[in-house]
Design a protein around this ligand. Sequence first.
Ligand SMILES: Nc1ncnc2c1ncn2[C@@H]1O[C@H](COP(=O)(O)OP(=O)(O)OP(=O)(O)O)[C@@H](O)[C@H]1O
Ligand SMILES: [Mg+2]
Length: 409
Amino acid sequence: MTNVLRLAIVDPHDAHREALKRMLLGMDMCWLEAESSRYEFFSDIVAQTHPEVGVIGLDADPQKALQLMQNLRETSPECAILAVSSSTDGQLILKAMRSGAKEFLTQPVGIEELLLALERIAAQRAGGSQGRGRGCKILAIAGATGGVGATSLAVNLGCVLAMREPNSVALIDLDLSLGDADVFLDTIPDYTIVDVVQNISRLDFQLLRRSMTKHSSGLYLLPRPVQLQDISLITPDDLQRVFGLLKATFSHVIIDVSKAYNRVDMSALQVAHEVLLVTQLDLPCLRNVVRLMASFEAVDGLKEKVQIVVNRIGLDNGHISLKKAKETIGRDIYWRLPNDYRVMVEMRNNGVPLVDQAPRAAITQAIVALAEHLSGVIPESEPVTPDAKGRWLSFWGRTKARTGTLPPA
Ligand SMILES: Nc1ncnc2c1ncn2[C@@H]1O[C@H](COP(=O)(O)OP(=O)(O)OP(=O)(O)O)[C@@H](O)[C@H]1O
Ligand SMILES: [Mg+2]
């Protein structure tokens, strides 16, 4: 998981502040909590928003800026100060350090030095305390062939994770031509991934959240473009920036990748911490798993992140056995999802996630257990099996308060 630093910035010099802000917004390790153009207000802003780093531009009025640093050292000692100035005067640097600055950067600030300074601050904080609780897990859901159940899993896993405190979860539909995550969630989004990509430089975290569609489970959706022509506007580089922003904003980002395995899909697989590759127990699917795994070897670290999820177990007596499937693909099966066509079709047609539509169904419980497992609630070694009543429901004890039917704990 990636830790995220929350920052606040003050610089009366608009151009300097905007330049720094743009740089910070593009960094996946940063969350810009607040900004100000007045030194006078900054102590209060820090006291209210509790950023981990205060970025202070000195050029507009070095004396006031130094005084502000001294105040912050007293009132908000947990906020690490990063001073920025056009001056390289040794006396000023010394004064800034004595006033409490942890880092001093000279204008124009380069992205690498800024990143290094922030990493030093992050490392100090992690070493000095329990570490920061915030972080983001990026899960890519891929499929071994069309219609294998990848979107069903992505949407329902997203809803289950979103209902659990203190998660905040985003689902990105990267099936850019035919994606249907919005249908599963019965939503008509105002904005799509194209709007976010086109406005990335002026997006802050508030605006990003407002550009996404929030489902009643708490899940935020960033859907595929409306027009096919708009797909060409999305490049892997743009996507990296979108992922950077999402990483700093959400605790979980779930990416429903397309079956094209194009450049956009591959960039998502690279950025993911874990890839769930959904397959069924038939020969074409298993053969594709083998082919995909062989191709993934060409990408550094990708193969190791892939976990095999077998969907629709029990669909067909003629299916290949799990044992044979394991031998064929040469990997363990990470998770098994039972077949339940009626429940799944109703869920999609009604646009109601499984946790609401069929909370007690075996397929729902298997996805709930997967969410628990991914959240580290169930240790790796512990087998995930239902209790005597067929329940996997310890998870529900910690769900967010919400309307809708929840199964008993
Ligand atoms: N465990 C399951 N049991 C029964 N039916 C299922 C199961 N999982 C998915 N389905 C059904 O399979 C169909 C395809 O599912 P889904 O759209 O999630 O697959 P996909 O891999 O995202 O497809 P695409 O390649 O079109 O993106 C749907 O009708 C869905 O209801
Ligand atoms: Mg799909």
